[in-house]
Ligand binder design. Structure first.
Ligand code: ATP
Ligand code: MG
Length: 269
């Protein structure tokens, strides 16, 4: 396993909102994972307590909000381009007045696809996400988990180098969760330089699908309670841990150990 170039560099990001320091000195890098003979994209999970600033950080990485200080760059230090980054928001932004199929087709058309190409890719993705029977329903007629899958499918209409997902695992039953994880791994591995950043509260799912996990948290005070602005408090390289790129990784003793350890660390943030 070799490490290649830096694909995403979050450098000293700070953010204050309404007079409150939310993020300070928040830095991390995603480096190209290189495995001989295998196309290996990158999946990084961002964990952290509710309200700590995960969504805000994701928006800064996506270029939707500017940070007060710091910067975010991509491959070879260049800024991330708008068309390069797909985002699946925490509250799935499907168009309410379009059916599921129409939502996907619209995303394809907005990304420059012809009608026939958009329709066939949309149909293919709906099939992959188990939503073919729901293609003609409106978003309000879907369950939360179905909406989640439709929103991810929508972002996959146009392959992008960066896909940022805010809570993609919430509201999924165990079987749908397994399917979405498999799909995200597949999406990541479609191109050597692809990078997925997944914000989640599901620590097990994060360790199953990622090659690195980061904990975003506040500094604990004397009473062990997190206070002040948040930064990356801990980063775990799952490749070095021997927990990346394996089927049934959940069966390994180290998996359970690390999950326990992360949960412990989480409680102190
Ligand atoms: N406009 C604003 N003015 C002041 N504070 C804000 C504003 N917007 C967000 N915040 C605060 O910023 C913090 C970070 O919010 P963010 O949505 O990033 O949290 P999160 O980590 O994604 O939480 P969750 O896991 O619940 O989604 C929160 O404590 C929130 O109250
Ligand atoms: Mg959030």
């Amino acid at each position: 396993m070799a490490a290649g170039e830096v694909l995403l560099d979050v450098q000293g990001v700070g953010l204050t909102l309404g007079g409150n320091a939310i993020l300070r000195d928040c830095s991390f890098q995603v480096v190209d994972r290189v495995r001989q003979g295998v196309v290996t994209g990158q999946i990084v999970a961002l964990l952290g307590p509710s309200g700590v600033g995960k969504t805000r950080l994701l928006r800064i990485i996506a270029g939707l909000d500017p940070p007060d200080v710091g910067r975010v760059t991509g491959y070879k230090g260049a800024p991330l381009l708008e068309g390069e980054v797909g985002v699946v928001f925490q509250h799935y932004p499907l168009l309410r007045h379009r059916r599921v199929l129409g939502n996907l087709e619209t995303a394809g058309r907005m990304n420059g696809m012809g009608a026939a190409e958009a329709r066939s890719r949309a149909a293919h993705l709906l099939e992959r996400f188990g939503l073919t029977a729901r293609a003609q329903l409106y978003p309000a007629q879907l369950s939360g988990g179905q909406r989640q899958r439709a929103a991810i499918a929508q972002q996959l209409m146009k392959p992008k180098s960066f896909l940022l997902l805010d809570e993609p695992f919430s509201g999924l039953d165990p079987s749908a969760l397994g399917d979405v994880i498999k799909l995200l791994v597949e999406v990541a591995n479609m191109d050597e330089l692809n990078t997925l950043v997944i914000v989640t509260h599901d620590i097990e799912a994060a360790v199953v699908c990622s090659d690195a996990v980061m904990l975003l948290g506040r500094e604990p005070n004397a009473l062990g309670k997190g206070v002040g602005p948040a930064k990356i408090q801990r980063s775990v390289d799952l490749v070095a841990e021997g927990l990346a790129y394996q089927d049934d990784v959940e069966q390994l003793p180290r998996f359970a150990e690390l999950v326990r350890d992360l949960k412990d660390g989480f409680r102190r943030l």
